[in-house]
Design a binder for this molecule. Structure first.
Ligand SMILES: Cc1cc2nc3c(=O)[nH]c(=O)nc-3n(C[C@H](O)[C@H](O)[C@H](O)COP(=O)(O)O)c2cc1C
Length: 192
């Protein structure tokens, strides 16, 4: 197996699977949902979560206007919904109606929370900065919605109950299952 070295950045997105999420927002009576694969937890204290989206997205405008967003983690069975909200524009269509998306009530913000999500965060906008062609939107998590059954006794995701949506790029989706789980204690492995 040979490695190739390239100075072209074209395929960067495809090098690692990313958890596909649905980011939600609302402002001035309009609500919207978009697929987001570029995101991560940034800080535990305060609890900060960051998403990276381009300023052309309708969702970006709603977040700038309301200073809030929601991030929804869905089971693999909802991958088609991710493709649907990621393939349509809120400027042209009411995605909640078109895709028949059921909502839960938010508690600390006005962002739509998806009923199908096994976990969802309500975030207040903490920072909005441009990096290259994307905006890095940092949100302070002010409420967490969690399906109790999604967690194993160790308080990690129970992969026998919830399969996350992994996005490989090029419209390809996969998941992770419990039969691949291995526990590798860092204290033990760090001293080997
Ligand atoms: C799986 C998937 C992941 C995506 N991830 C991102 C992302 O991280 N950032 C981004 O700006 N757009 C991303 N997109 C594209 C947006 O979801 C898409 O442009 C959407 O139509 C934007 O909707 P809006 O204009 O209604 O806000 C992704 C699309 C898909 C299908």
């Amino acid at each position: 197996m040979a490695k190739v070295i390239s100075e072209s950045m074209g395929e960067l997105y495809q090098h690692c699977p990313r958890v596909a999420t649905i980011v939600t927002a609302q402002a001035k009576g309009k609500e919207n949902a978009m697929a987001v694969a570029l995101h991560t937890l940034l800080s535990f204290n305060p609890p900060l979560y960051v998403i990276s989206i381009t300023p052309e997205r309708f969702t970006y405008q709603l977040i700038v206007d309301s200073k809030e967003f929601g991030i929804n983690f869905l089971p693999f069975g909802e991958a088609e919904l991710v493709a649907s909200v990621g393939g349509s524009k809120g400027q042209e269509v009411d995605k909640f109606q078109r895709f028949n998306i059921a909502k839960d009530r938010p508690v600390k913000t006005a962002v739509p929370i998806l009923k199908a999500a096994y976990a969802a965060y309500e975030c207040k906008l903490f920072d909005d900065r441009g990096y290259g062609d994307h905006r890095l939107l940092v949100g302070e998590i002010v409420a967490v919605h969690l399906l109790k059954e999604a967690l194993a006794p160790e308080k990690v995701l129970d992969l026998d109950k919830v399969s996350p949506i992994l996005y490989l790029g090029k419209e390809l989706y996969a998941t992770a299952s419990g039969d691949t789980l291995r526990k590798l204690d860092r204290e033990v492995y760090g001293r080997r």
